[in-house]
Design a protein around this ligand. Sequence first.
Ligand SMILES: *Cc1c(COP(=O)(O)O)cnc(C)c1O
Length: 374
Amino acid sequence: MPRPILATIHPAAFRHNLERVRRAAPDARVWAVVKANAYGHGIERVFDGMRSADGFALLDLAEAQRVRSLGWRGPILLLEGVFELRDLELCSRLDLWHAVHCTEQIDMLAAHKTNVPHRVFLKMNVGMNRLGFTPERYRTAWTRLNALPQVDEISLMAHFSDADGPRGVADQMAAFASATRDLPGERSLSNSAAILRHTVQPAQAAAHPEACVVSDWVRPGIVLYGSAPDYPEHTAEHWDLQPSMTLAAKIIATQSIPARASVGYGSNFVAEDAMRIGVVACGYADGYPRVCPTGTPVLVDGVRTRTVGRVSMDMITVDLTPVPAAGPGSEVTLWGRAANGALLPIDEVAACAGTVGYELMCALAPRVPVEVAA
Ligand SMILES: *Cc1c(COP(=O)(O)O)cnc(C)c1O
């Protein structure tokens, strides 16, 4: 028998979450962001559930090729653009749209021989200070691009640094709006947090010009995978999102320990009273964070309990006090949905590890078998 651990992908969740995005931004077209192998889920596994998106956004050219191999003929956007001149040949061949965020990428386009002009997304740096032209240098870049025969339509793009937090997007939005006021082209601004927290519905737009983040193309990533972009301020449940990944394993052994006995490496958990411990076939080599402390929530047979002691490479240990009937073979849900329907949001586990749901999904280890639910 294979080791009892399994990640399950839920295509129905993608459909639900995409619908949720459409409700939040009814007039926008939707880029389903599938970078990082669809946030660790596997592009091939998410494709069917996301095919009602208007396009796929990612950054690795090999991933773009995989999306085309799945038969997708619609738009594909390279969020970081090309890395070297010969990448542009692939863009021409596969009809990939690409971001242009720096002068070197304009130089490459100018040197690219193609009969098919490219659709590009010119990126503005509105304050994140990673990629893009500053508002002062944006117009020059636009003018240069616009003069190139290699370039077809130019869309205007920015990425917010604080859509999920108290600073919000108003200042960065204003910088974008004023620098692009008289430039033609479609706009693409919002990631998940901006879609959920800062999209002003068209009817109210006139009253909130400063916060008007309605864009032609929105770029949701994490919401499609059912994790809240602004946890713990809001939960996935609050935003009506469904988890797209369940990580489950089984108990492979139990121990009954007396008071004052310790569990695991470093003996860093000490039992106050006699208790039963379940040993679970999941460890940090599966992608479960080693930093999760005693008390991190888990579900055993759908009942909420906690980890005790240190996470090791292949195992974690859990408190069976709330589930006395559990034993070897019992189902353990590390995150996602248990067989009885109980939910353990990935965001809760991530918070215990001092990180975000994004990182846990992306870190699912290659040794974990993955199944797509019906
Ligand atoms: C990753 C990414 C997104 C999606 O972000 P989420 O927070 O997952 O919604 C959107 N735009 C760009 C440019 C990105 O790199």
